[in-house]
Write a new protein. Structure first.
Lengths: 547, 551
């Protein structure tokens, strides 16, 4: 049937289809704050090779959660350089990489199964997977890392060019800290366990010594360099080792021990029962928990890294996935795929209690291979039903995007663009101060949505900003929770007449206490509303000052 | 052959005795008090046994109104039987749960033997059943679904046995048992028909062979005949339907918020709503297989759940993985393996479609099957090591030590930490309140009890009248005559000298000759600190739960 249409044509059709559904409605989903930060930074890098803190060609960037490695921002910058400072520019590199990922899944599948029809089916499933669509539409490191890793698998498995492999190692090391942890183990694992050749482990290691050494180099070197950065330990503890760094676990152990001691049990018994070994057990449980199909087929995202009401893969694929796992165990010859999934998910043991979505994306490629293994064992009517079910899911997915927009409004706020542009317009003629809890991180939005690109002098002095909240400068100011707000009529020294203010509920209450309700109500020029219709800020006319 | 069988039976007996010991050990001390399900069933059982009516005066009810949760009948009537045997005391309500818990051990052995035809695995499954946290917990708290699962396994074990040995008696017995087991717990009423369908579709060749066709059909008719009144009741009595919709996943506030976003009423919005519900329920269903929940903290004995215990021991996790591998790897018995898989999938449905994130009490049958698969893993591990004597001995020693440690860990967390952390969950100290109120009520015109209580957040103890009635030794006949609803705005219930209602201190402080028992959630702080508090009732951890105030 497929041959009749021409497999190449079908592949092109699938890739075109994948490209179109990714580029369609390019502005959706609305960029989150962190994605806006990457986009704005990409723009600044494209403009003059400096980041938002004014540093030339930096390799470690700031974000609200962790240090960011450079590749994602530079890739975004390339898109903006070519297509301009707009949604298309920021997202097109990811649309293209997302489409490339489908092709790579097809190629990997073809090399493994030697079956074009089957590989086309796998590519079709990948092309409509909600999670893969999502990461193909917003600036993010998950997609870049997944593409790099699939290329690394491909080269390692099929013994392709070493120089490209090393280049990919370098790119991976510049994308995410996760890569540092994974590069060497997956290289070693594939070398040891892939293929049916009768060669021993020793022979395999000897044959691939160079690859292993380079893999180890790219695992260790970035790690060692990173450790030289001032807050690197904190970065690891707060983002990659939350299992061991969280206080509640130790508090709970002590609490439970206390109950036993209160009941007269010896301290040693309590120590034997409740101790830090439980952290280890919890880590193992957390790791194995990532092997639960819910990670691929359940709605586990809060809207940040995937659609909130969609899974990473279509839910209907859980059946062939289960059959695939069954066959892998039964046949044993391709058990390495499950092993590789386990190895890639291993770092999740150290991150508790959240799901490590970045790792789940990396393994999703292998999940498609597991699904591919099941397909030859399914009867034709089953395959047809599967195709139709996945198609139905895709249609429902698109039909529900409007709900998705409303649901994700906590993470992806549409009102911000207009608000920021309006405030920026005002700032061209008047100084204006904004409550910092309205936008949480205002600077990236101003840089991305308006011509604003000023850098505070203090900001540019920071070498390695970690979780740093960038300041606004010029005619734009921020009210912080501890800012002292005064009326301009007070005879204070060094007052900056802000002229206008955009106040959140928090600051509105503060100001109300200073100037009084009646007076304040008269000062309100405009009210701004959030995506869900709630009041998020009030524009106040002249009269407030910030010390 | 005979000797081998005999040896296994002796071992089974020893395991069962050990299991019985673990279930009976300090049973009246732990749990520290009868929970609200137990007290309602005990009082209703007393009432039915002595008057033929429940405490509300309904004659031989098919569904017990209880605390508006409309309980299925089996457990209360079973308790009524024990009332005749053991008299009116707390052990009467414990008895059905304990007996079911002990019977579960040989029944699991029988079921496993019929299912996978391997005595060693069956014995190991019986052993795991004897010590499993979920088995001990639910047996000791006398939870009805435990009995339901025992009956279910016995029923399916008998059909499997019939398929092997062509025994008509076993077949008819299984039909009766499966029919009856549906009356034990509502989720059983859904699960058993589904499992029968699954069973018939897997074993259709063996079950409907020409030789036995009429007998098989007759057994189905018997099952249907027994089950029919329950189905009719479920559809005819609106309360039982409300009960189902009350616990349905739609009650989940997160899903509710999502559905609210679909504001239009048209064909597309109906599809959108169903898509949301289906995606949500599917995710919830998959989350029931969460390893952390199953092996680490699913029983929720501690508040934080970071250090806790699951329905299964953590050490069973590697055994389960090996067991799955073993079952997939070994050839033959495909129907049985498929039945095991579908047993788990069907068994998780009730928990997957209800509003609670996890509801282990609804999926006991799944835990049982996971125990059986762990046993298969245990068995396979021994097979792998059988030629390496040293390793085999070391493994036996290690596993014995780890299981002993795990059992000790369970009892520690169950008897010490659980009461400290969660005494509120079993309405502690309602018993103490009831006993006190009963002892002093003659000194007052009325006793007002506000069951709004809680350490961190308030909840209403819905079974307050049962506690006051039972521990106040109020005969069911008196309760049936006097129990009435009062002021609806205060959700008042009245009987004897008791008024169970919301306390409004601004009004109620002016009452005379009244004893008020209420928590911090209903009283003013200065009321509590002033000298009119004559007694304080504490949660198990020493935090005040209720104050008795004399007016």
């Amino acid at each position: 049937m497929l041959k009749k249409f021409g497999e190449k044509k079908i592949l092109i059709f699938i890739l075109l289809f994948a490209f179109l559904i990714r580029i369609h409605d390019i502005s959706s989903p609305v960029l989150s704050m962190e994605e806006t930060r990457v986009a704005s930074r990409g723009y600044l890098l494209a403009e003059n090779f400096t980041d938002e803190l004014g540093r030339k060609f930096p390799l470690v960037f700031n974000s609200s959660t962790d240090y960011q490695l450079p590749l994602t921002s530079y890739v975004t910058g390339v898109g903006i350089k070519i297509f301009g400072k707009n949604d298309l520019g920021a997202r097109i590199p990811f649309v293209l990489l997302g489409t490339l990922l489908i092709f790579l899944i097809y190629k990997l599948s073809l090399e493994l199964f030697k079956d074009k029809s089957l590989s086309l089916l796998v590519a079709y499933f990948a092309s409509v997977s909600p999670g893969l669509i999502f990461i193909s539409k917003v600036p993010n490191q998950n997609l870049i890392l997944t593409v790099i890793f699939i290329l690394i698998f491909y080269i390692l498995i099929f013994d392709k060019s070493k120089s490209i492999l090393y280049f990919l190692f370098l790119l991976a090391a510049l994308t995410s800290k996760i890569a540092w942890v994974l590069l060497f183990p997956i290289t070693l694992f594939i070398i040891l366990f892939y293929g049916n050749e009768a060669s021993s482990f020793r022979q395999r290691i000897t044959k691939n010594k160079q690859r292993l050494i380079v893999g180890l180099f790219f695992s260790l070197t970035p790690f060692l360099i990173f450790l030289q950065i001032p807050q690197s330990t904190r970065s690891f503890l707060e983002n990659n080792l939350t299992l061991v760094s969280q206080g509640p676990l130790e508090d709970n152990i002590n609490l439970l021990r206390g109950h036993g001691i209160e009941k007269g049990l010896p301290n040693i018994i309590e120590k034997l029962l409740f101790n830090k070994l439980q952290i280890l057990a919890l880590g193992v449980v957390q790791w194995l928990g990532h092997l639960n199909p819910i990670t691929f087929f359940g709605n586990i995202s809060d809207g940040k890294q995937n659609y909130k009401i969609s899974s990473i893969l279509p839910k209907s694929l859980i059946l062939p996935f289960a059959v695939g796992v069954y066959l892998l165990i039964k046949e044993k010859t391709r058990l390495w795929i499950l092993g590789l999934i386990g190895i890639i998910l291993l770092p999740s043991a150290l991150i508790y209690p959240e799901y490590s979505i970045d790792l789940i994306f990396l393994t999703s490629v292998l999940v498609f291979l597991v699904i591919g293994i099941s397909l030859p064992n399914l009867k034709n009517w089953m395959k047809t039903s599967l195709v139709l079910l996945v198609l139905l899911e895709t249609l429902l997915f698109f039909a529900n995007l409007n709900i998705e927009r409303k649901l994700a409004s906590g993470q992806r706020q549409q009102f911000i663009k207009n608000l920021v542009q309006e405030i920026y317009g005002i700032s061209q003629t008047n100084p204006i101060a904004i409550s910092d809890d309205i936008l949480h991180e205002a600077a990236p939005y101003f840089i991305w949505f308006t011509p604003y690109k000023q850098i505070d002098k203090q900001d540019s002095k920071i070498d390695f900003a970690y979780k740093y909240s960038q300041k606004l400068t010029g005619n734009l100011r921020l009210f912080y929770s501890d800012s002292k707000i005064l009326t301009c009529y007070m005879p204070e020294k060094d007052l900056i007449n802000t002229s206008l203010s955009l106040l959140s509920t928090r600051d509105y209450q503060k100001v109300k206490n200073i100037v009084g309700q009646d007076k304040l109500e008269l000062m309100v020029i405009k009210k701004f509303y959030g995506d869900n219709g709630g009041e998020i800020g009030l524009l106040i006319n002249k009269g407030l000052c910030l010390q | 052959m005979f000797t081998i069988k005999y040896n296994f039976l002796i071992l089974l007996l020893l395991i069962t005795l050990f299991g019985a010991f673990l279930r009976f050990y300090k049973i009246l001390e732990f749990p520290i008090q009868l929970n609200h399900d137990e007290i309602t069933q005990l009082y209703d059982a007393w009432s039915v046994a002595t008057t033929g009516k429940d405490i509300y005066g309904n004659f031989m009810p098919f569904i017990f109104e209880s605390v508006n949760d409309h309980k299925p009948p089996f457990y209360t009537y079973a308790t009524a039987v024990f009332y005749f045997l053991l008299g009116n005391n707390e052990i009467t309500i414990k008895a059905p749960g304990l007996i079911a818990g002990i019977l579960a051990i040989p029944v699991v052995y029988f079921f496993t033997l019929q299912l996978i035809n391997n005595r060693q695995i069956a014995l190991l499954a019986a052993f795991l059943t004897s010590i499993a946290p979920f088995e001990l917990f639910y047996s000791r708290k006398s939870f009805e679904n435990g009995s339901g699962v025992v009956l279910m396994m016995l029923g399916f074990g008998l059909i499997l046995s019939h398929i092997k040995a062509n025994s008509k008696i076993k077949l008819f017995l299984s039909a009766v048992i499966l029919g009856l087991s549906m009356y034990v717990y509502f989720s059983q009423a859904v699960i058993i028909p589904l499992l029968i369908l699954v069973f018939l579709s897997i074993f259709k060749k063996q079950f409907f062979n020409l030789k036995n066709f009429k007998v098989s059909l007759a057994s189905l008719v018997i099952w249907l005949f027994i089950a029919l009144p329950l189905f009719i009741t479920i559809f005819a009595i609106p309360e039982t339907r409300f009960r189902s919709s009350d616990v349905f996943v739609l009650q989940d506030p997160n899903l509710g918020n999502q559905i609210q976003l679909v504001d239009d009423v048209n064909f597309v919005s109906i599809i959108q709503k169903n898509y949301l519900v289906a995606g949500y329920a599917f995710t919830r269903f998959l989350s029931q297989f969460d390893i952390e929940y199953l092996f680490f903290n699913g029983l929720e004995f501690t508040k934080s759940r970071i250090v806790d215990i699951g329905p299964l021991y953590l050490i069973q996790l590697p055994l389960l993985i090996i067991g799955i591998y073993f079952l997939i790897k070994t050839k033959g018995q495909y129907n049985q393996k498929l039945f095991m898989l579908l047993w788990i999938l069907v068994g998780m449905i009730p928990s997957g479609i209800t509003f609670e994130q996890y509801s282990p009490h609804r999926v006991i049958m799944v835990f049982v099957m996971l125990n059986i698969i762990s046993s298969a893993g245990f068995y396979y591990l021994f097979i792998l090591l059988q030629n390496i004597l040293f390793l085999k001995k070391l493994t036996i020693l290690s596993f014995s030590a780890i299981f002993l440690y795990s059992l000790f860990y369970f009892f520690h967390i169950y008897t010490i930490n659980f009461p400290f952390e969660k005494s509120q969950n079993i309405h502690y100290p309602f018993k103490e309140v009831a006993l006190y109120a009963s002892s002093v009520k003659e000194n007052y015109n009325q006793v007002i009890f506000d069951p709004l209580f809680g350490e961190d957040s308030p909840e209403v103890g819905t079974a307050a009248h049962y506690y006051l009635g039972y521990y106040g030794n109020i005969p069911p006949t008196q309760m049936q005559k006097e129990y009435r609803l009062g002021d609806n705005s205060k959700r008042e219930a009245l009987f004897d000298k008791y008024s169970i209602r919301k306390v409004d201190w601004r009004e109620d402080q002016n009452l005379k000759d009244t004893l008020i028992i209420a928590s911090k959630w209903s009283l003013f702080e200065d009321t509590i600190t002033k000298g009119n508090v004559i007694k304080v009732f504490y949660f198990y951890n020493g935090e005040p739960a209720f104050y008795a105030i004399k007016l």
